[in-house]
Ligand binder design. Structure first.
Ligand code: CP
Ligand code: NVA
Length: 301
């Protein structure tokens, strides 16, 4: 594993290795056991979109590992004025030990990896959000003790979160049911991957997808960059809310996850959100541990 660009690139063994190391790093942090695996290393963090969790967890995580994080806003970088990513990649590779990037197009992340000579980590694109899904899988394993054989249900937009959940869940032996409005289904590349698995279901019925689920997951209806479509999307996603009726279809002990930020009374009711806040905020914390594991795997000597 040289980069973390998308879940599709990872093997089941890669994912298990990251989750095991993440559990270990979480234990070490909680018990004040130093773990300076990245002493003297630097991580450049390029943000072309807003962030709370990704920025703070990478920045803090790098510090805890003994390294130094640099926050690089695209408002300040020459990339924001049109310098090609191919040149940025070759320059940054001469200063840094690794790059994390949050941007719009997946191609930009892939180009950064191709033209640079240091590990690249995808901190969210329009296509996928692998760091979040590694934290989600870690959280499910923590609460349920396993992943294999569990049913994951995602209700909402067939976008970056759904794409990574489908791939990550299936690779880890989960059955995955996705409910999206017909015009908001995941892209062909993801559906083609999922079609190889008997335990994948794509439906436009949230009730059907939630039946017998062990984990129920959603995401915002209008993602970053889609703010202009918010009203149209609110109409299209009516009926795709995680609420008590949906939860009644799931198993009694089903978990709820949300990558955050959440829009209460849109994709999830306040009631369901607060009833499951324990796992939702553990999920947010696990971003830190999962990303530290990714950085150690990619950047340690
Ligand atoms: N879930 C997530 O990626 O949060 P941020 O947008 O705050 O980084
Ligand atoms: N789908 C959301 C995820 C935010 C973490 C977005 O792209 O804005």
């Amino acid at each position: 594993m040289k980069h973390l660009l998308k879940m599709l690139d990872l093997t089941t063994e890669d994912i298990t290795g990251i989750l095991d190391l993440a559990d270990q790093l979480k234990y070490e942090l909680k018990h004040n056991i130093p773990h300076p695996h990245l002493k003297g290393k630097t991580l450049g963090m390029i943000f072309q979109k807003a962030s709370t969790r990704t920025r703070v967890s990478f920045e803090t995580g790098m510090y805890q590992l003994g390294g130094y994080p640099l926050f690089l806003s695209s408002n300040d970088l020459q990339i924001g004025r049109g310098e090609p990513v191919q040149d940025t990649a070759r320059v940054l590779s001469r200063y840094l030990s690794g790059i994390m990037i949050r941007t719009f197009e997946q191609k930009e992340v892939e180009d950064l990896a191709e033209y640079g000579s240091i590990p690249v980590i995808n901190g969210l694109t329009d296509f996928c959000h692998p760091c979040q899904v590694l934290a989600d899988l870690m959280t499910i394993r923590e609460f349920k003790g396993k992943l294999e054989g569990l049913k994951m249900c995602f209700i909402g937009d067939g976008n970056n979160m759904a794409n990574s959940l489908i791939v990550g869940g299936l690779k880890m032996g989960m059955s995955v049911s996705i409910a999206c409005p017909v015009d908001y289904q995941p892209p062909k590349e993801i559906l083609d991957f999922a079609a190889r698995y008997d335990c994948f279901e794509m439906t436009d019925s949230p009730m059907q997808a939630a039946k017998g689920a062990d984990v129920v997951i959603t995401d915002v209806w209008a993602s970053m960059g889609q703010e202009d479509e918010a009203a149209k999307r609110r109409a299209a996603f009516e009926g795709y809310q995680i609420n008590d009726d949906i939860m009644a279809q799931a198993n009694n002990d089903a978990m709820v996850l949300h990558c955050l930020p959440a829009h209460r009374e849109e994709e999830i009711t306040e009631r369901v959100f607060e009833a499951h806040s324990k796992e939702i905020f553990e999920e947010a914390e696990n971003r830190l541990h999962a990303q530290k594991a990714v950085m150690v795997k990619l950047m340690a000597d």
